[in-house]
Write a protein that binds this ligand. Structure first.
Ligand SMILES: Cc1cc2nc3c(=O)[nH]c(=O)nc-3n(C[C@H](O)[C@H](O)[C@H](O)COP(=O)(O)O)c2cc1C
Length: 314
């Protein structure tokens, strides 16, 4: 059964719980700032993201303390208009957590966390030497939402990267060398090592592909069996025609390679079939299959790439 709830009817604490547990993982900004007295402060913020590149803006959600007083970070930025966002990777995660301790006034988080600082170039605020990336920022605008929180928009003036993380020629981040951590809910954090790619398609590319499954009922595991149960006869007939065509077509090595792509590791969307010289290439929709482990074995479906002799018998 699904769940739905109107947020205005919840207590703020419950809204926090739901929003922070569902909007995950959030990047972490370990913000360094300095008050007029020059004392350097560091604190983590996960209500943080990039907002735009022209102008280059980031946003931070700064809540006040439980006693309603602004946090040191909020106060420092209000006083000086400058701060540095130090990004947090796996090596920096423990020190970042120390920076969130509610230390008594006058005690430095930087020292307690064993961090080193380096001077800023465009702002009078130091950055953390151990950070993989540091963004020197200038306050653009701070919007108050009620008396106890503000949305801070900062312009990024300069980016620093630790050695080996950016190719300076192509401005490419080495995603194998950069291991950021994201905040989940409560004390939970996530590594970001399990990545995958999805190629973004133009509409023409998307529209030109035959699609299977055709209905949402066909999605999910067991799709093939479900689809075959409903459409088995039609599919078997299509495949027989297709395979007969393949068997009677002299296939060049290039065509074989193309065919191999169609049956590729990512699954099968269509089976290329040439009906003979001069005829148009025809695509036949088939269930999404994973080659070779999920190749269907029912009568009539076979693996022409593996030289299965049944393929010639249509
Ligand atoms: C991972 C993490 C993320 C946090 N994100 C936020 C946040 O987005 N906004 C906020 O107001 N406090 C956030 N906090 C709490 C502050 O870091 C904490 O109140 C800190 O002591 C403030 O330090 P300051 O008074 O030196 O600025 C977060 C704490 C942790 C550990």
């Amino acid at each position: 059964m699904s769940f739905t709830v109107a947020l205005p009817q919840l207590e703020p604490r419950e809204r926090y719980k739901l929003l922070c547990a569902t909007i995950v993982p959030r990047p972490i900004a370990l913000v360094t700032s300095a008050g007029r007295d020059g004392v350097v402060n560091a604190a983590p913020f996960s209500f943080f993201n990039v907002f735009s590149e022209d102008p280059p803006l980031i946003v931070l959600g700064l809540q006040h303390k439980p006693d309603k007083a602004p946090k040191d970070t909020t106060r420092n930025i209000a006083e000086t208009g400058a701060f540095v966002v130090n990004l947090v990777d796996e090596d920096l995660a423990k020190a970042m957590n120390v920076c969130a301790v509610d230390f008594p006034p006058g005690m430095s988080e930087i020292e307690a966390a064993g961090l080193e600082i380096l001077p800023g170039v465009d702002v009078q605020v130091p950055r953390i030497a151990q950070a993989p990336f540091a963004l020197e920022c200038r306050r653009e605008v701070a919007l108050a939402f009620g008396a106890h929180r503000e949305l801070l928009v900062g312009e990024v003036l300069r980016l620093h990267a630790r050695d080996g993380l950016i190719d300076p020629e192509r401005l490419r981040v080495d995603t194998d060398a950069y291991h950021p951590v994201g905040r989940l809910f409560g004390d939970g954090y996530a590594r970001q090592r399990d990545r995958f790619e999805l190629k973004r398609e133009k509409y023409e590319e998307w529209a030109s592909k035959p699609r299977w499954p055709r209905s949402s009922r066909d999605r999910g595991s067991g799709d093939i069996e479900a689809a075959l149960a409903r459409n088995g006869d039609r599919l078997r007939r299509q495949v027989r025609i297709s395979l007969a065509n393949q068997a009677t077509t002299r296939t060049s090595p290039a065509a074989a390679a193309r065919s191999e792509n169609a049956f590729g590791r990512e699954g099968l969307h269509g089976l290329g079939s040439q009906r003979g010289r001069g005829d148009a290439r025809r695509l036949i929709a088939l269930p999404r299959l994973h080659y070779p482990d999920r190749w269907p074995t029912i009568d009539g479906l076979c693996n022409p790439l593996a030289g299965d002799r049944r393929c010639a018998v249509a």
